[in-house]
Structures are given as C-alpha cells and as structure tokens.
Design a protein around this ligand. Structure first.
Ligand SMILES: O=c1ccn([C@@H]2O[C@H](COP(=O)(O)OP(=O)(O)O[C@H]3O[C@H](CO)[C@@H](O)[C@H](O)[C@H]3O)[C@@H](O)[C@H]2O)c(=O)[nH]1
Ligand SMILES: [Mn+2]
Length: 609
C-alpha cells in the first residue's frame, strides 16, 4: 500500500482461501495502521516499506524528528501486532471489536475453511473522498476477499484463487496492470510498480508485452544455503537466457500482468491498451451492493461451463499453473520481460527443512513434467508460435523430473559393477578416457565458476547445491515423475501441497547452524539413503581390492568408476552423519539406518552372485 505510486490508481487485494475472520481482523488492523504508516514512509522515503522488514533493520537516520517518529511508529506497530497475535492465539474476535466494521458480521458460526460463502469486503475505498490518511492524503483501495469454498466443487488451488481475484478486481478497480505476489512475500522496493510500468508504456516495444517477471528471491537463505534453495543460477543465468528468446516464463510471484492478456486475449498488431479503463468507476452510494456484485463472481458455480481455467485466466489441472499459464500467453503472441534490478523487488520465504524442500520440488518437478508429457509440450503446442530457442529453454525445467531416471542409473549401476569387477568406462590408457574425463571435470568446473560469478553463492554453498542436486533427483523428481505418470494414466489426481512457512524452534536453530534436518518421512528418503550406503560399501570394497592387487591395476581399469563412486560418497557426507553419527532430533532414526544397511548388504550380495 505504501508504494511510491498515486494512491488513487492503486488497489490492494488479499485473497484468503481459508476464509478466516482472524485474517479479516488483521487486515482491518492493517487498514487502520496504514493511515499512520503510509505518510511516515512517504515523508522519509523509507525502504523497505513492509513494516516488519523495516523495523528489523537498524535505524541509521541522523535526522532527530525521523528518529523520534520512528520510535513512536514502532510502538504503534508493535501494539498492533501484539493485539493481532493475542486474538489469533485466542482464536476469536471479541464482540466489541466486531462493532468496528460491518464486515465482521459476514462470518457465521457454521463456516469453516473448507466451506464458506464468498466474502468481499472493501476496507478502504480509494474512490471515497473521506478515505484519507492522518495527514489528509488519499489512500489506496484495500480489499479483503475469500472465494466461496464447498467440498462439492474443486477449488483448483492457487489458480482458482487467482481467477476469482481477477473477476472480483474487475468490478472494483479493473486496472489494466496486475501485480501478483505470494502470501509469503513482501515488497522490498517501493519503486517496483513504476519500474515495471516503464516496460508496458514503452511506445515502441511495450504493446506486445504481456507480463514483466521479477526473479524469486528469498530472505531466509543461510550463508552456505544448506538445502540449495537459492534460485541464483535460475535468476542470474537461465531466466536471462529465456529473455533473449521472447521472454521468461511466468513463475507465479513478483509478476506484473497485463489484465487482458491474462484473461485470454490474443495479441494482434493493432492492439492498443486502454489505460483509462480502471478510472471509470464512480464512488458507489451503496458499497455493499458493489461487494455483493463482486461476491457473485467468486462463487463455486460461477465458472461452470465457462472457459475460466482453460482459455481464460490461470490454467487449471497443472501443479505449476504459473509456468503453464505463461506458456499459453506467449503462445497467444505476447512477449514477456525479465527484470532483475540490483535492488531486489520482492523477497519471500524459502523452505527451511529437507522435507519442505523435497515437497516444493516434487510439485515443481511433477508439474513441469506434466506439461512436457501433455499436448502443451513446448515442441508441439509452441511449434510455430514461439521461437525454437524458447521451446528448448522451457525444457530445462520441464525435464527436471525426468532427469531422475538417468541419475538413478548413474549412481547405482557403475558402483554395483565396480563391486562385481566389471569395468564400464574406458581404461586410463585408452584415448576415449579423455572425452569422458573432460565431460566429468568440465561440467563441474563450469558449474562452480557459474555459481561463484553470481556472487551470491559460496564454494561451500555450491557444494551444498550439488548435494541437493542429487538428493532432489533421488526424491522429489523421482516421486514427481511417478506422480506425473500416474496422473497421465488417470490413477491419481492433482494436488497442491502448500510449502510450509514455519518450523519448530529446535529445527529453526539447526537451520541457522546449517545442520541438515532429516524430517522427511523414512520412505521419502529411502532411495537416497540406500544410494549413499551402497556407494560407501562399493568404495570400501574397491579400495580393499586396490590394496590387495595394487593401485596401478585397479585404477587403470576402474578410475572413472571409482571417481564417480567417490564423488557420490563425498557429496553424501551429511547423509552418513545423519544415518550413523548424529543423535539430535533432526537425525535419521536407527531403525531406518539398520533397515537400509540390511538392504544394501542384500543387494551387494545378490549382485555378486
Ligand atoms: O489452494 C491454494 C494453494 C496455494 N495458494 C497460494 O499459492 C501461493 C504459492 O504457494 P506456496 O506454498 O508458497 O508455494 P511455493 O512453492 O513457494 O510457490 C512457487 O511455486 C508455485 C507453483 O508450484 C507458484 O504458484 C508460486 O507462485 C511460486 O512462488 C501462496 O501465496 C498461497 O497462498 C492459494 O491461494 N490457494
Ligand atoms: Mn512460497
């Protein structure tokens, strides 16, 4: 709300899929606090303008009045958050508070997060001449919405929520440009709107731009990024590459969309944006009427027999609705722009445990593969519509999950062959040894240099990314592949497991100390544990053979296999610690360790027969 942008042209919506009165209460509090906060931000040109982020950074103002005002604002903010916390804790909004706004009366006792009517409440109507902040300036429009939920109708997760939001906003503000941000993110730069608009308003090149995508950055990544969650390589390398072929994919958050292109319009050469479309509405005499109209657009039945979720709005049925929607927009003739300014636009919360990371990537891997295996595969659907370079670029992500199959082969078969004494790769004396070792060494060196050049990744961080590369391929992507296949065969339906935003105190501490948290289920981790122990056993076996027969012969025959096996062992040190050495709550239970050991012994014995 505090963006450096004319408030009368700005409307902020919050979509609450749970339909909770507590969220509404927190929003009502925020609408009151905004009257003090916005003028304070504008007076001192503060950054960042999300209060929690601003107050967590130190005060380096030399101006006395700023300093004093900051203190009183901080007290106001803390009083508000403690009121909200206390009410959330109690789970009930007291009756006397409900008298403050008509919106509270919308909640009835029988309503649950899974079953409730649509609720739209305009907390601040920017068109109302009396909606002013405490120094008399206009305020942006501020709207709470919860679309109708009913177990009888599929809600289509985030895509469903976004589509309701698109319709609701069309009757309230109908702005030509829409910014969409995930619930776990905040804005870091108050100029982001102006920056993004520069692209759309460019008289020569702006007409065919459908969306301006900012990178997805997290504010909770530790120094060495234990779970390899930073998207730095994607942000600094991959997305820039996309940009040169027609534009980045839509990645779900930190994205400015042209309303019309998101609503299914095809790009034609004579297309002209109507920049005045949003300002047509007059202040209503009866705001409740407007809200009711908006509510009627957010019912479960509204979309039945319409093109919403297919040709209009965000696409349903894919775990990565964002990538799919972006691809469809590009195939309708639009371009997109990737904008990655040095001053980050948006910051969010990345996963902080192994289970959260695995879960998020399973959804991403599965959804992307689903696109590749469907009629929307970029080579088929995009053929003739987007450039070949872009079709191929999409495959980087679309084939993440499928990559798990060759990975699984490469970390099991060469090691088992080593155990049996079968040489798979060229001998050291063969000329073919050179290309094989070049690929192995070259690939790793390249990725290390690439990582260090981003300036955001340390050497240890790069190593952690390599470890997670393997772990993800043997968990998220493997299960993602199975899930995508079972969906295609019609065995199961799509789900969207929301990434957890919080974890326990103990676990948070381990996250800060960069100790891996093996909180995923034993079944999820079974493959990676098996691979880690199997490779350790094979390496020990190969070493003892070398000691007995002489290193020279063994290395000549098996150098590349031993190197591969050794790399897998080195990369999995954290797994051995979790399996064998650690005793804290985040380690792997003994029962799992013993079962895996037993299984590894069995496989080794069988393979030697
Ligand atoms: O039924 C649902 C499920 C999710 N969401 C919203 O979807 C967003 C993304 O969910 P989150 O659990 O934070 O997922 P991430 O893995 O962090 O999200 C990334 O990946 C998703 C696709 O898998 C994209 O939709 C997101 O924009 C992108 O940030 C959040 O704002 C949620 O509030 C809903 O509104 N309704
Ligand atoms: Mn998220």
């Amino acid at each position: 709300m505090a963006y450096n942008y004319p408030p009368e042209k700005l409307s902020v919506y919050l979509s609450d899929d749970g339909g909770s009165i507590l969220t509404f209460y927190a929003m009502w509090e925020a609408s009151q606090f905004a009257k003090h906060w916005i003028p304070f931000c504008k007076r001192y040109k503060l950054e960042p303008r999300a209060p929690a982020a601003y107050f967590s950074s130190s005060d380096n103002s030399s101006d006395m009045s700023h300093h004093e005002e900051r203190l009183s604002m901080k007290i106001l903010y803390e009083e508000m958050t403690s009121r909200v916390d206390a009410i959330v804790e109690s789970g009930k909004v007291p009756e006397e508070l409900k008298a403050n706004h008509k919106g509270f009366s919308q909640w009835k006792s029988e309503m649950t997060s899974k079953k409730h009517p649509p609720i739209v409440q305009i907390l601040i109507d920017g068109k109302d001449p009396n909606a002013l902040d405490n120094v008399g300036n206009a305020l942006p429009t501020f709207v709470y919405m919860a679309r109708e939920k009913n177990p009888e109708y599929h809600h289509n997760f985030k895509a469903g929520a976004m589509n309701s939001l698109l319709r609701v906003s069309s009757v309230i503000s109908n702005s030509p440009i829409i910014l969409n941000v995930d619930c776990d993110m905040y804005s870091k730069n108050s100029d982001s709107i102006r920056d993004a608009l520069c692209f759309f308003l460019d008289e020569e090149k702006g007409c065919d731009i459908a969306f301006v995508q900012y990178p997805q950055n997290y504010n909770n990544i530790t120094k060495n990024d234990t779970y390899g969650n930073t998207l730095s390589i994607m942000n600094e390398v991959d997305l820039c590459g996309f940009d040169s072929w027609g534009g980045p994919p839509y990645i779900g958050t930190g994205c400015f969309h042209r309303r019309e292109s998101l609503c299914g319009m095809k790009y034609t050469k004579d297309y002209k944006e109507d920049w005045n479309r949003g300002s047509e509405r007059n202040p209503p005499d009866d705001i409740r009427k407007l809200e009711e109209k908006a509510e009627s657009l957010a019912t479960c039945t509204y979309e039945l027999n319409t093109l919403w979720g297919h040709e209009v709005g965000l696409k349903y049925g894919v775990a990565v609705e964002d990538v799919m929607t972006g691809l469809m927009i590009q195939c309708r003739g639009w371009k997109s722009v990737y904008y990655n300014p040095p001053q980050k636009g948006f910051l969010g919360v990345g996963p902080t445990t192994l289970a959260q990371t695995i879960l998020q990537h399973k959804r991403w891997g599965e959804g992307n593969l689903q696109i590749f295996l469907s009629k929307y595969c970029t080579f088929i659907y995009g053929h003739g519509k987007i450039k070949l370079g872009l079709q191929i670029a999409y495959c980087i992500n679309n084939l993440w999950a499928a990559n798990s199959v060759p990975t699984l082969y490469y970390v099991i078969v060469p090691s088992l062959s080593l155990l049996r004494g079968i040489s798979l790769f060229p001998k050291m004396t063969s000329p073919w040894f050179i290309p094989f070792s070049y690929v192995m060494v070259g690939k790793q060196t390249y990725s290390l240099i690439e990582a260090l050049l981003t300036r955001e990744i340390t050497v240890q961080g790069w190593w952690n990314i390599q470890r997670m590369w393997l772990i993800k391929r043997l968990t998220s992507y493997l299960y993602g592949t199975l899930a995508a296949l079972s969906k295609i065969l019609g065995v199961s339906k799509m789900g969207f497991t929301i990434s957890a935003k919080i974890s326990g105190e103990d676990a948070s501490k381990r996250y800060e100390q960069e100790i891996m948290e093996f909180d995923a289920s034993s079944l999820t981790l079974a493959v990676i544990e098996f691979v880690a122990l199997l490779n350790l056993a094979c390496l020990v076996c190969a070493t003892s053979r070398a000691v007995m027969r002489g290193w020279a012969i063994v290395l000549e025959m098996y150098f590349l296999q031993i190197l591969l096996c050794g790399l897998v062992v080195a990369i999995n040190v954290a797994i051995y610690e979790g399996l064998l050495l650690r005793k804290d709550k985040g380690s792997i239970p003994w029962s799992v360790t013993l079962t895996t050991l037993g299984f590894v012994m069995l496989v080794s014995l069988v393979s030697r027969v």
